[in-house]
Design a protein. Structure first.
Lengths: 594, 244
């Protein structure tokens, strides 16, 4: 028994060693799922908040007697037939007085109508209070059959996508990764056939399987709707839905084949194709949200656009222009995926070489480790750091920066057996680099503000974005310590130190700066702050490249944050204007000067 | 039929350092000739053969195989060669007959079915011709692989250690096939670890080590050059540079 336990322990240790040497597996199987949900949750919450703000500001049209007091964001018009006016969209909602109280009509197919109903309800509640015990009779003009169809229409894209992906996933892994492993790809490559045709044949096979899965699940869902849900969907609608999904089948087949080719063996193939399974399902899930509609903008969003188009088709709200737009955009995505996929698969090292992540690490490629570090840092910040900050902002900030970021930055190169000082670039720098850091640090807020202004043109930030972020009653020295000095040192050590140091193990430093800046932007967990923080990350990255050290960037980062804290403390209104543009230009100029 | 001049190929090794696997290898193989490529593990034999088979591109140097340049016209080269190595697998869910027809069709043969039938007899695999390749023994699989490599009757054969894992009987079948191919004027480049095979089959031998050609000549010439009688001793002396 004792011997058996010893053997089990030895085997477990050897297995663990092997798996821990594959950072990609750890990253994608453990860390990514833990990071993806908080990230999506935060972005989703911001989007919902913003769309709510916008919806609240929008004036909706209602048909209601002048006797009702209505809020400012409702406009009253007169119509003859209330129910018909709601159904045909002349008004968003309607209400009238009855002998027993009031009647209210809305159409739950339309998000605006649901909003108008909510606003009218408040008015009717006031009336009910005033007139005591009178009841409000409610009528949804959407029929029960239409409701069933709406629900089914939201589910159908997910269903089709799921069967498409499961149909294509195993096939792609088998014919690309599996055949690489079994040596049959090499057998085919020894024939006179063009390498692209060999891979094209494999892609077509995956496409046939994904297409077949889509057609069969379309047929099966049509039959189920007809006989189980008693929903009479015309065959032409189902055919149109399946046709719409064809670019999706091409797009995902190409992505699956490329991911499968990139993998060195079946196991890493499964790991690499996992995001191809998860991300499209999340994107298609948007079609389930009632507030998101098919517009010229949403039509061109990958996967989401087609899912929404499909929903509209099933609900028989066909707008040929928007459907064509969604179809063409996805045909374009599919063509791009095919082009890049074929270029990737055509590479000698991809199709013939061994590309295991453990081999990559042995060859001095630490990019997967950089991503793992990023994911762990995100988890630490979101789950530990923010919890600590919610309990006590000062202690929480100190814990996050000194207790989480610094140990992570120092431990990662040590764990990987790399020189800590060299990887983090904890070197001294010449005087002019310190000067450059000061100029960039002081002028950087201007550039961030300019970027924020530009982004705001496309994606207006909610007014409440920075509210409550910094405690009002904190003295300036504490604001500077906890929000400028500590982040300046610790975040630089983590991003421009450890993450950048690992990423630049392969490829040009410029690319490493951009990737580090992207990670830095995402780290702040806000859709609206993403671009300004990414630009700050870019500037700090170039400061660190110019100085060949992480330390001057710490000064620039601290100065940037410090200025914001001073402005906050003294109540200065910092707004976009020419001085900010000039400051931004100075920051850029300081970077390019010798 | 094969003329390689100063071929060079480097990779990145496990320590992240660039390693030159093949460093200026030149060799020639003529019509009706079997040339053995001999060398210890990691000598650069397989890399050289893979470059000649156009599976990987050389970093430098040139090679013409079956009358075509391996870089400028790789498809024409592949049409004229039969390549076999440990890493060229068989389609496990296809039968030997299906494999042969499939590859012959890809190689542009209009009479793929007839060629497949002829090879089923030539290599004595007709009895297993309807069994999926996954279920064949190692020897039978190798016979199917050899038939697969020559199904389009190429002028040049590049065989990388084709007898590894084979029993004596199957190896004998292979030798007789290669001797027959030589008699029909085919050009054969053959790598092996087994000195007896080189002595028996090869008209000339190219000894390669560390990516560099150490010696070229007939078995007799190499014996004379080293002053050793056993061919294993000849090889060891050439590779180590000292008496075995």
């Amino acid at each position: 028994m004792k011997e058996a336990l010893r053997i089990l322990r030895v085997i477990l240790a050897a297995e663990l060693r092997q798996h821990l040497r594959d950072p990609l597996t750890l990253l994608l199987m453990v860390v990514v799922p833990l990071v993806v949900y908080p990230l999506l949750g935060a972005v989703g919450a911001e989007v919902v908040r913003r769309s709510q703000e916008r919806a609240d500001a929008q004036v909706l049209v209602v048909a209601i007697e002048p006797a009702f007091a209505i809020p400012d964001n409702l406009r009253r018009i007169d119509v003859a037939e209330l129910e018909a006016a709601v159904r045909d969209g002349t008004v968003d909602a309607a209400a009238r007085r009855t002998t027993e109280g009031a009647e209210l009509w809305w159409d739950s197919r339309e998000p605006d109508s649901l909003d108008a109903r909510a606003r009218l309800r408040a008015a009717l509640d006031d009336l009910r209070t005033a007139t005591a015990t009178r009841r409000v009779e409610t009528h949804d003009t959407m029929t029960k059959a239409e409701k069933t169809r709406q629900t089914a229409a939201g589910m159908l894209p997910l269903l089709l996508l799921f069967t498409l992906l499961t149909g294509g996933l195993y096939t792609a892994l088998d014919v690309v990764t599996g055949e690489k492993e079994r040596g049959t790809v090499e057998t085919l490559l020894t024939t006179a056939v063009d390498r692209r045709l060999v891979l094209g044949g494999k892609f077509l096979l995956v496409l046939v399987f994904t297409g077949l899965s889509t057609v069969l699940s379309g047929f099966s869902s049509w039959m189920s709707a007809r006989f189980l849900l008693d929903m009479d969907l015309p065959a032409t609608t189902v055919a149109l839905a399946v046709l719409l999904f064809l670019p999706m089948a091409v797009l995902l087949s190409a992505v699956l084949c490329a991911a499968a080719a990139w993998a060195s063996d079946f196991k890493s193939g499964q790991v690499l194709t996992m995001p191809v399974l998860i991300v499209p399902l999340l994107l298609a899930g948007a079609a389930l949200l009632p507030g998101i509609r098919l517009t010229a903008i949403t039509a061109v969003l990958p996967v989401t656009g087609l899912a929404l188009a499909l929903r509209e088709v099933v609900c028989e709200r066909v707008d040929p222009l928007l459907l064509t737009l969604a179809f063409s955009a996805h045909a374009g995505f599919a063509a791009a995926a095919l082009y890049f996929g074929s270029r990737l698969i055509g590479r000698e090292d991809v199709i013939l070489g061994s590309r295991g992540s453990s081999q990559r690490r042995l060859r001095g490629d630490y990019r997967a480790d950089a991503l793992t570090l990023f994911a762990i840092a995100c988890l630490c910040l979101w789950f530990l750091g923010q919890t600590a900050q919610a309990l006590d902002i000062r202690a929480g900030m100190a814990f996050t920066q000194l207790g989480l970021f610094v140990p992570l930055a120092l431990a990662t190169p040590w764990w990987l057996g790399l020189p800590v000082v060299g990887t983090l670039r904890l070197h001294t720098a010449p005087f002019r680099e310190w000067l450059r850091a000061v100029v960039v640090g002081v002028s950087m807020p201007g550039l961030a503000l300019c970027v924020g202004e530009l982004v705001g043109l496309v994606l207006p930030a909610p007014t409440s974005l920075f509210e409550g972020m910094f405690p009002d009653a904190m003295p300036l020295w504490q604001l500077l310590l906890f929000f400028a000095v500590l982040p300046g040192i610790c975040e630089e050590l983590l991003f421009r130190g450890a993450f950048f140091g690992l990423w630049r193990s392969r490829g040009p430093s410029g690319v490493a700066v951009v990737v580090t800046a992207l990670a830095f932007g995402m780290f702040h967990l806000s859709l609206f702050r993403f671009f300004p923080t990414m630009v700050l990350g870019l500037l700090l990255g170039f400061v660190s490249i110019r100085s060949r050290s992480v330390i001057p960037g710490m000064l620039a980062h601290a100065l940037n944050n410090g200025l914001a804290m001073v402005a906050l403390s003294f109540g200065w209104a910092v707004e976009f204007g020419w001085p900010m543009v000039v400051a931004g230009a100075v920051a850029l100029l300081a970077l390019v000067l010798p | 039929m094969i003329v390689a001049t100063a071929l060079r190929k480097s990779f990145v090794n496990a320590e992240g350092q660039p390693v030159v696997a093949v460093n200026g290898v030149s060799l020639e193989v003529g019509r009706g000739e079997i040339v053995g490529l001999l060398g210890p593990n990691g000598a650069g034999k397989s890399t050289t053969m893979r470059m000649l088979a156009t599976l990987i591109a050389p970093d430098a140097g040139t090679a013409r195989v079956a009358g075509h340049d391996v870089v400028l016209d790789p498809a024409a080269v592949r049409r004229g060669i039969g390549y076999l190595s440990a890493s060229t697998g068989l389609f496990g869910r296809l039968t030997p007959r299906e494999v042969l027809v499939y590859i012959a069709t890809l190689q542009g043969c209009t009479d793929a079915a007839e060629r497949a039938e002829a090879l089923l007899d030539r290599f004595d695999i007709r009895r297993f011709s309807t069994v999926p390749c996954d279920r064949l023994s190692t020897g039978m699989k190798q016979k199917v692989s050899i038939a697969r490599a020559v199904v389009h009757d190429p002028e040049v054969l590049i065989f990388d250690e084709p007898t590894s894992g084979l029993d004596v009987l199957v190896a004998q079948d292979l030798f007789s096939f290669l001797e027959d191919a030589r008699a029909r004027g085919r050009c054969i480049l053959y790598s092996t670890h087994i000195m007896g095979e080189a002595e028996r089959l090869c008209d000339r031998v190219v000894v390669i080590h560390g990516g560099v050609v150490l010696a070229t000549g007939t078995v007799a010439e190499l014996r004379a050059q080293t002053g050793r009688d056993r061919f294993e001793d000849v090889f060891v002396q050439l590779v180590r540079g000292d008496p075995a």
